[in-house]
Design a protein around this ligand. Structure first.
Ligand code: ATP
Length: 644
């Protein structure tokens, strides 16, 4: 029997699980095969996603495009008006060929006002046009940069929120196989890269395309024959630049990788400095780093050589082009077919066209990179979580009866390792059940299934007789309080951390919960009291303090069902007494599942469940007295006084 499960190694990959024999007791013989992403489903097209991200700012986008095109058109006028100005100057020079002699005979100074005004007169109209053009270009540039900045930031913020929301709503199985640093990089770096290139495409792309078109038309208008001559040589140069440019980009990427590997070697050595010193391996580490650094130097030298060659070829080509224009265009001027100003205008227009073509070439490379970044950004926004956050029924009131009925389970990331097998357990409302057993026997898995972080392969988990698959997952989790072995707090204030249990709680309710959790006193001793910031993951607090804050948050949440993952490392006596007191208050009147690590702390439980190998099997079950009287595995554990 073959079962195909949608499985998130990426949004579109599938985990194909071949289920061999499914025995009567639901033993699973599963062999997972990961199919490559591309073989599974085509990527959704990118443009609808990009459009969704910017469509709310369509007016802004139109303005950005309009200012880019208008700016480019304004630039196109520059060579023309410059040419007009040069023509005027050259005409005045011809007309005033004998002026210096006149000045010498009359004795008038060359700088007298009347001479200056007379000399400037014909230049005024083109100079004023040029000034007007500079002002228009300046205004358009300011508007464009400001508008594209606003558009880019709004789009990036929207994308980041959409991606973060898609990620945080994924199921736990997704996080089992994803590295959080990579997910954060998607939200930060990939969005940044996409934003950067998007801005460049609408800015430089549009401008360059307009400039290339306008310049070529202008060149054709000025001298069709010269333009034709250039037109034959330019594509060859352009292609050379594009291909060599692509090779250079590949080389540069490789050089970066080699360099970051060499830095990684140094980082690893320094990061593990205790181990390095303990093995007296300093010299070995230096040798490793030296080899990596030499590899990086070799690659970078190769890159530098090719960059030099590329720049040499480019500057020779550009120089040759200018020479062709001057050589051929000079002859045209000499024959009277062209004015000097037109030749200058022509030269400027070829430069503008060449610059724009070059920036289009660079943009093509960046577009490819940005497309890959955008695909990474949008990949997860299309992924439907295996277990949704919302949807399903809620119960009007909850007693807190829990039942695991013939549950079989393997983690999706390790589908061939059965963790729970034919697991059945009833926990009546209001009782305390302790799960104990060797490490890896499946205690945490049992509570993860109750919180519906995963769905069982076979069997059911019932709450008040209702299969939790039919319940709204958010509602379900609101009914369950969880105190972790080492509660990880958020790096905000103590008040905010306690309020995480119920965001709408008043300050009085927060303090009341802290008092019940034996936390009020130590919080009040901090100079900033409830406003004290607890540091990343709560590292600025002791283990016992962190636990009492987590208990306060659970008290505020007031769940019907409580899961306690007992701390493995013992607290000091005073701290343990305070935590235990707080827990006793919290447990009163609730259904409690305790993941027990110390036999001494579970003797009062209503039911003790000893789990063990083969995995997921219940070895023994009963009260402390019953299990001791049985003189079985529990008794033996107790007898040797081992922790579990
Ligand atoms: N997210 C996961 N993905 C894949 N396998 C997992 C995952 N979590 C746990 N396992 C595996 O499932 C088995 C049961 O793990 P579980 O955490 O439930 O054991 P435990 O009894 O709570 O152990 P401990 O007392 O050490 O916390 C182990 O073999 C473990 O390696």
């Amino acid at each position: 029997m073959t079962l195909v499960l949608r499985w998130p190694t990426c949004a579109h990959s599938v985990l194909r699980v071949t289920l061999g024999a499914i025995h009567a007791d639901a033993t699973i013989d599963a062999k997972p095969v990961l199919l490559p992403e591309a073989a599974c489903a085509p990527r959704p097209p990118l443009w609808p996603d990009v459009w969704t991200a910017i469509k709310r700012d369509w007016l802004l986008l139109v303005l950005v495009m309009a200012t880019a095109i208008a700016g480019a058109i304004a630039s196109l006028w520059l060579p023309r008006i410059m040419g007009q100005l040069v023509n005027v100057i050259s005409k005045s020079l011809t007309a005033a060929g004998s002026a210096p002699a006149m000045v010498a005979t009359t004795g008038a100074t060359a700088t007298s006002w009347s001479h200056i005004v007379a000399a400037l007169q014909p230049m005024n109209p083109p100079a004023l046009r040029l000034l007007g053009l500079f002002v228009i270009k300046g205004v358009l540039t300011t508007m464009h940069i400001a508008l594209v900045g606003v558009l880019g930031e709004r789009m990036a913020a929207r994308l980041r929120v959409r991606l973060y929301s898609a990620l945080i709503h994924q199921d736990m199985a997704f996080f089992d196989i994803s590295k959080s640093s990579e997910l954060v990089a998607r939200v930060a770096t990939d969005v940044q890269e996409f934003k950067h290139t998007f801005k460049q495409c609408v800015t430089q792309g549009l401008r360059a395309m307009t400039e290339v078109t306008g310049s070529v038309l202008h060149l054709l208008h000025l001298s069709p024959s010269l333009t034709l001559a250039l037109g034959i040589s330019m594509p060859a140069l352009y292609l050379l630049g594009t291909f060599y440019g692509a090779y250079l980009r590949r080389l540069s990427r490789h050089a970066k990788e080699v360099e970051s590997t060499s830095m990684g070697t140094a980082g690893e050595g320094l990061g593990n400095v205790r181990t390095v010193k303990a093995y007296a391996a300093e010299d070995r580490e230096v040798e490793l780093f030296q080899a990596a650094a030499e590899r990086a130097a070799k690659t970078n030298t190769k890159l530098a050589f090719h960059i030099g060659l590329f720049q040499g070829i480019t500057s020779t080509s550009i120089g040759s082009m200018i020479l062709i224009v001057l050589y051929y265009g000079g002859a045209q001027v000499a024959m009277g077919h062209m004015e000097p100003g037109e030749l200058m205008s022509y030269l400027m227009a070829t430069q503008a066209a060449q610059r724009s073509l070059a920036s289009l070439g660079v943009l093509v490379g960046q577009y490819i990179k940005a497309k890959a970044a955008a695909q990474r950004v949008f990949e997860f926004t299309h992924r439907t979580p295996l277990i949704p956050t919302r949807g399903g029924q809620t119960l009007p009131s909850l007693r807190g009866d829990i039942e695991f009925s013939n549950v079989a389970f393997a983690y999706p990331a390790r589908a061939d390792q059965v963790v729970l097998n034919n697991f059945s357990l009833a926990v009546p409302a209001g009782t305390v059940v302790a799960l104990c057993g060797s490490s890896g026997s499946g205690k945490t898995t049992v509570v993860s299934l109750l919180e519906r972080f995963y769905d069982p392969r076979f069997g059911k988990v019932l709450l008040d007789g209702v299969n939790i698959r039919d319940l709204d997952p958010t509602w379900l989790r609101e009914q369950i309080g969880y105190i972790a072995q080492q509660p990880a707090l958020f790096s905000s204030s103590i008040r905010e951390n306690i309020r995480y249990g119920r965001p709408d709680a008043t300050n009085e309710e927060v303090e009341e919960a802290a008092k019940l959790a034996n936390a009020h006193e130590f919080i009040s001793n901090f100079s900033s009291g409830y406003e004290t910031v607890v540091g990343e993951r709560g590292t600025a607090l002791s283990g016992g303090q962190r636990q009492r804050i987590a208990i306060a948050a659970a008290i505020l949440k007031n769940p019907r069902v409580l899961i306690l993952d007992e701390a493995t490392s013992a607290l000091d006596n005073q701290s343990e007494r305070l935590v235990q007191e707080a827990l006793d208050r919290l447990m009163k009147g609730r259904t409690v599942l305790v993941i027990a690590h110390r036999l001494t702390t579970i003797q009062n439980a209503d039911l003790i469940v000893l789990m063990g190998k083969p995995q997921g099997k219940i070895l023994e079950m009963g009260t402390h007295a019953q299990l001791m009287a049985r003189r079985g595995a529990y008794y033996k554990l107790h007898h040797v006084g081992a922790d579990i």
